[in-house]
Design a protein around this ligand. Structure first.
Ligand code: MSP
Length: 523
């Protein structure tokens, strides 16, 4: 039987500076989701990439006395290096400068033109170069860009337009009939209001700069970046190329993860383009919040308060950073990033709760049973609560993961971890070990702890793919007992598995000292 498919995407990032922690946030979330779906048996396509055309890139390249392609090549390698360091499991990486994408965008443009969906007109409007966005007079806030607050330029030129306005009603109907198309709900209301205030046709070509995909039948125009950028989600699958088998297999996308400021492009322009092309729409757009930095501003290159994710991964390991991003910030909301919150999570959740559970369990099995438990099965009502919590965890975890509530999914897993630590205190294995008649009870208690660790190690795999195998190895869990199917089957671990204590999973950090060290890297 063919596996069910799952297609997930991140936005394609502008290579206009080095990637920062804010960029990692969405990519990590998409990676977690992709890994979770693979674990659950899906055939996953996970796409990320870079959005490399436009005036801003052209200007940045000029400033550095470089050709635009040379400039983006340099930065794209930084993005790709970061995804390698962060163990991002994307199946494909699209660059909008890739030949196949360029050709496909040209075909799409021509197709829309031939269908009468694109027409030639005159453009006059206010352009924000950093945001690559046009605004009408009324949309400006105090004469500045309503998104970033920077200066805008009055621009007048011949341009092609996409007939966006005529799709307003169909898009409103889409939100009404398929509320799950755009989440969280608050973003849907925002977008519906935006449409009700009136949609203009969309400028889809420019003549005032040249770093873009040339319109094939009118070469002085280059395709305006959002048409070029949004279509990456289908060209990466071969739409518009000779081999479109992946497009047939994976489209429509199950979800596009995007930051809240680009929801508008994804929830209005993108469905309209797809409608114009007579293609199915993505199943869902999910608009996540921002990682804010210190003073409450969005972390971004232009504000100069970037935290380099490479430094953090190097100091604490990539799993700790992924755990923090997914646990600390509810996906959908904004949250302030602080070094202190990061270190506290590492110390409390990872070193104390998870790390201690593993080290206490494995060291007791080594100490009392030389690393191999006797094969004893005993029922004791004292264990019911722990076992029930463990076997019912998968179902709750799935509910949260399906809603992209990563923080809640992790909180549930950590509830089990806390319960297991409490179980150690309550059953007091050290006391049992002193009584010869209670050694079978001791063995059962320690086995139960290993079972909890097995279940935990499976469920944290999407978030912490490097940590799970370390736990599994220490409790002697083989691949068969680490399967998704056995995540709620108590008693799967071999009772005589070889247990081996290892180094601490996450060494405790001296907060004060570390904060001082980290301050040296903040700019
Ligand atoms: N190139 C467009 C997207 C085209 S998608 C067809 C773009 N690029 S971007 O590099 O400016 O932003 C890419 C994504 O990074 C956006 O979703 C944005 O929200 C996200 N982030 C950038 N800084 C961020 C934070 N500080 N926090 C969370 N995400 C943020 O827009």
């Amino acid at each position: 039987m063919n596996k069910k498919t799952f297609y997930i995407t991140t936005p394609i990032y502008y290579p206009s500076g080095n990637p920062h922690l804010g960029h990692s946030y969405c990519t990590v979330a998409a990676d977690v989701m992709a890994r979770y779906k693979r674990l659950a048996g899906y055939d996953v396509m996970f796409l990320t990439g870079t959005d490399e055309h436009g005036q801003k890139i052209e200007l940045n390249a000029q400033k550095e006395d470089m050709q635009p392609k040379e400039y983006v090549d340099k930065l794209v390698s930084e993005f790709r290096r970061l995804w390698d360091i962060m163990d991002i499991s994307n199946d494909r990486y699209i660059r909008t400068t890739d030949d196949y994408h360029v050709r496909a965008v040209q075909k799409i443009f021509k197709k829309l033109y031939d269908k009468g969906e694109i027409y030639k007109g005159k453009y006059e409007g206010w352009y924000c170069t950093p945001c690559e966005s046009f605004w009408t007079e009324t949309q400006l806030v105090d004469g500045k860009c309503p998104d970033c607050g920077r200066e805008v330029k009055l621009t007048r030129e011949e341009a092609y337009f996409f007939k966006l306005a005529k799709y307003a009603d169909r898009i409103l109907k889409l939100y009404e009939e398929n509320p799950e198309f755009l989440e969280p709900e608050s973003r849907r209301h925002e977008m519906a209001n935006f449409i009700k205030n009136g949609l203009n046709d969309l400028c889809v070509s420019r003549t005032s700069f040249s770093w873009g995909i040339p319109v094939e039948f009118d070469k002085k125009h280059v395709v305006y970046v959002w048409l070029d950028a949004l279509t990456n989600y289908i060209t990466a699958l071969g739409y518009g190329s000779d081999d479109d088998s992946d497009f047939k297999k994976y489209w429509p996308a199950d979800v596009h993860f995007v930051g809240k400021e680009i929801v508008r492009f994804h929830a209005i322009i993108w469905p309209a383009i797809l409608m114009a092309l007579d293609l199915p729409l993505p199943r869902k757009i999910f608009g996540h919040g921002w990682l804010l930095f210190g003073d409450g501003t969005k972390m971004s290159k232009s504000k100069g308060n970037v935290v380099d994710p490479k430094i953090l991964c190097d100091r604490y390991g990539v799993d700790a950073i992924k755990y923090f991003l997914m646990r600390e910030i509810p996906f959908g909301a904004d949250s302030v990033f602080t070094n202190e919150a990061l270190i506290k999570r590492i110390n409390f959740d990872l070193a104390n709760d998870l790390g201690n559970l593993l080290s206490r369990t494995t060291s007791m099995i080594e100490k009392y049973f030389n690393g191999v438990l006797p094969e004893i099965i005993e029922k004791n009502n004292e264990d019911n609560d722990l076992i029930d919590t463990a076997v019912s965890l998968k179902e709750k975890y799935i509910v949260y993961m399906e809603k992209f509530q990563f923080s809640n999914a992790l909180a549930k897993v950590w509830k089990l971890i806390s319960k297991a630590n409490k179980y150690i205190d309550e059953t007091a294995p050290w006391a049992l070990s002193r009584d010869k008649n209670r050694l079978s009870r001791l063995a059962c208690v320690l086995y139960n702890l290993c079972e909890v660790l097995r279940i935990v190690s499976i469920l944290i795999t999407p978030f912490m793919p490097n940590t799970s195998p370390i736990i599994a190895e220490q409790i002697g869990a083989t691949d068969e007992v680490l399967s998704w199917e056995l995540t709620n089957k108590w008693g799967s671990l071999s009772r005589t598995a070889k247990i081996k204590k290892g180094d601490p999973l996450f060494p405790r950090i001296d907060i004060q000292k570390e904060l001082e060290e980290l301050n040296k890297f903040v700019n």
